[in-house]
Write a protein that binds this ligand. Structure first.
Ligand SMILES: Cc1cc2nc3c(=O)[nH]c(=O)nc-3n(C[C@H](O)[C@H](O)[C@H](O)COP(=O)(O)OP(=O)(O)OC[C@H]3O[C@@H](n4cnc5c(N)ncnc54)[C@H](O)[C@@H]3O)c2cc1C
Length: 240
């Protein structure tokens, strides 16, 4: 594993990103993340690594039989910038540790709002979901309206601040769900797999699914290649 994993930042949505701040075990450590999981499991009989073939076999056995606690021995810490609509869903995952930017301390800037690339249609069959796209001409008009709405909201926010209103109240003028926030989040590999299973699913909203996909592709799989392989086989690939 290269040492470039920590500090890697991946762009998500129009203005968001995910950056890996820290990883335990550290990528430079003698023991890889996959091996840390195997070694934790072997403490049951006070043993450690038995070589790649047997170690990988044990890791697959652990995941297949949902022997989950060894996977909690690996931890990821991220800095995430995402619109509130994404965090609204993310914070439901109670097993993550989270510190969020405060709109009481920081002032928002003019461009801190999410502008979608396309407008998805309401699904006819799933009340919670979207499917397909709004036609291009209508889509351009919707985006134009959205940008005007953001400009008007931000102007009211600035007016309120100029009138001496506190930051904690002036933000009532901002377009809530669209506003980008930054957070630091930490999670172990077991609970990250639970999050990925739910948020990589096609039923998950696009605005969180792209973050889950970026975490999986750019951080989880490179950090834990054996675990990722087992996860794809036994969790993502498992019949519902
Ligand atoms: C497609 C989709 C649609 C959703 N729609 C809605 C919605 O309309 N409204 C809504 O409110 N939420 C909704 N959610 C959120 C969902 O209900 C869960 O809150 C969220 O997915 C987090 O899952 P979790 O509780 O399993 O994860 P975590 O909170 O990370 O918990 C992981 C596991 O730990 C255990 N656990 C954690 N805390 C407790 C506890 N206090 N008591 C018992 N066991 C615990 C459970 O086994 C849980 O599965 C939706 C989620 C998805 C994926």
């Amino acid at each position: 594993m290269t040492h470039t994993l920590i500090g890697r930042r991946v762009a998500v949505l129009d203005k968001g990103f995910i950056e890996l701040l820290d990883l335990m075990p550290h990528p430079a450590a003698a023991v890889s993340g996959d091996l840390a999981i195997v070694n934790a499991a072997r403490v049951s009989f006070l043993g450690e690594s038995k070589g790649d073939t047997q170690d990988k076999k044990l890791l697959f056995y652990l995941l297949r039989h949902r022997h989950t606690s060894p996977f909690e021995m690996v931890e990821f810490k991220f800095r995430v910038r995402a619109p509130l609509v994404t965090f609204w869903q993310w914070v439901r995952h109670r097993t993550w540790n989270l510190n969020l930017q405060s709109g009481r301390y920081t002032e928002f800037e003019e461009n801190d709002f999410y502008v979608p690339e396309i407008w998805r249609r309401q699904s006819a069959s799933n009340k919670q979901a979207s499917e397909g796209e709004i036609a291009t001409a209508d889509s351009a008009a919707l985006t134009d309206s959205l940008l005007k709405h953001y400009d008007a909201s931000y102007a009211l926010y600035e007016q309120a601040l100029a009138a001496g209103v506190s930051r904690e109240m002036a933000r009532l003028f901002l377009p809530g769900f669209a506003t980008y926030y930054t957070a630091v989040l930490k999670v172990d590999a077991h609970n990250l797999m639970h999050f990925l299973h739910l948020r990589l699913a096609k039923e998950a909203q696009h605005e969180i699914r792209v973050y889950a996909a970026a975490i999986y592709e750019h951080f989880f799989r490179p950090a834990l290649p054996w675990t990722a392989e087992a996860f794809e086989q036994y969790i993502l690939g498992a019949a519902e």
